[in-house]
Design a binder for this molecule. Structure first.
Ligand SMILES: [Ca+2]
Ligand SMILES: [Ca+2]
Length: 346
């Protein structure tokens, strides 16, 4: 590597970087030459924000930053959203970005088929109505997991605040996106926040942690973290150097996922059931029974407390008389046990 560069081509670069999230806070270049674009049409996907690290809704609303690295004015792009290799959404962006300018694009809600492990890829597929001269920087990916399912157990929040508690706040939303609980900003540095989360209805909840300083609970202003805890204080998810926002979902009482072992055996029959038949509940032992019925969007349609029922067969027809034909999810609460079953009314 001798005589490749002359001394005029060498410059020193210094930068201050957050070691956790790799954000560069400040940088300088000893060269006095202006940075020049290499390509004419070169757009890049820089940052994906607002995506959910764990997901049960099969939807999310990612926000993406795009930057012009080309010499041509950047005025249009097609931005594709792929989940697990399938394009689920695309958006046509128009604007006017000079060299090194950035725009934030909110494409709205995207929908997808959730797997146990997933990858969101955001791709600029067209730059200024033509191919991109340097496609390598046109894609960013974001891995995310299917949410943990919690069933009939208390869910709680634990926060260890750092030296900047005034930056920390949070929100809890239900399946319908409604805000049901929130907290912060806080005042006492390095203190602990520990409280139950108001989770009781079946659904897919979203917990959002915000940091107004953009650096999470870590690490330049003392070291804090947060955790949302399920049964036995097992963390459902945790966060520390998350930047300005950290979104995670968790499922409560969903069908077909990890459930508590059944002590009382419970069976609804016949299933499917028609309007001319009786809907029966079979119990293997006596129990305090409450039955709720939800539609497939998670909306509660029926909730009835039957009190203490003996072991054996019980007629529950009265709770489905007002329901149209369709697929429903029933949750049967017996003592401290929750059982979910799909029910078809034909
Ligand atoms: Ca490019
Ligand atoms: Ca902070």
């Amino acid at each position: 590597m001798q005589n490749v560069y002359d001394i005029d081509q060498i410059a020193a670069v210094g930068f201050v970087q957050n070691n956790t999230n790799k954000h560069v806070h400040q940088a300088a270049n000893s060269s006095t030459d202006p940075i020049v674009p290499i390509y004419a049409n070169d757009a890049a996907v820089k940052v994906i924000e607002n995506a959910t690290s764990s997901n049960c809704s099969g939807t999310m609303n990612p926000i993406v930053s795009i930057t012009n690295y080309g010499s041509e004015l950047f005025t249009s792009a097609t931005i594709e959203f792929h989940i697990n290799g399938t394009m689920v959404h695309s958006t046509d962006w128009t604007g006017s970005l000079d060299f090194l300018q950035t725009a934030v694009v909110d494409a709205g809600e995207i929908e997808f088929d959730l797997q146990a492990e997933n990858e969101l890829a955001i791709v600029i597929s067209q730059t200024n109505g033509q191919g991109d001269d340097y496609p390598k920087n046109n894609t960013q990916t974001f891995p995310f997991m299917e949410s943990i399912n919690v069933n009939g157990v208390a869910v709680s929040l634990f926060i260890l605040l750092n030296n900047a508690p005034e930056e920390t706040s949070w929100e809890l939303h239900n399946s319908f996106g409604e805000l049901i609980q929130s907290g912060g900003p806080y005042t006492n540095p390095n203190s602990v926040v520990s409280m139950p989360l108001e989770v009781s209805d079946l659904g897919c909840y979203e917990f959002v942690m915000y940091d107004a300083g953009g650096d999470g609970l870590c690490c330049g202003q003392g070291t804090g973290y947060y955790a949302v805890l399920g049964e036995g204080s097992e963390p459902l998810f945790t966060g520390q150097g998350f930047g300005s926002v950290d979104r995670n979902q968790f499922a409560y009482g969903y069908v077909g996922q990890q459930e508590l072992a059944n002590e009382t055996e419970i069976q609804l029959f016949p299933n499917p059931v028609s309007a001319q038949e009786s809907l029966n509940l079979e119990l293997s032992s006596s129990a305090q029974v409450t039955v709720s019925i939800y539609d497939i969007s998670g909306k509660q349609l029926v909730k009835q407390d039957f009190g203490m029922l003996e072991a054996g067969t019980h007629n529950l027809s009265e709770i489905i008389t007002a329901l149209p034909k369709g697929l429903y999810i029933t949750t049967i609460q017996t003592n401290d046990q929750l059982t979910n079953q799909k029910l078809t009314i034909k």
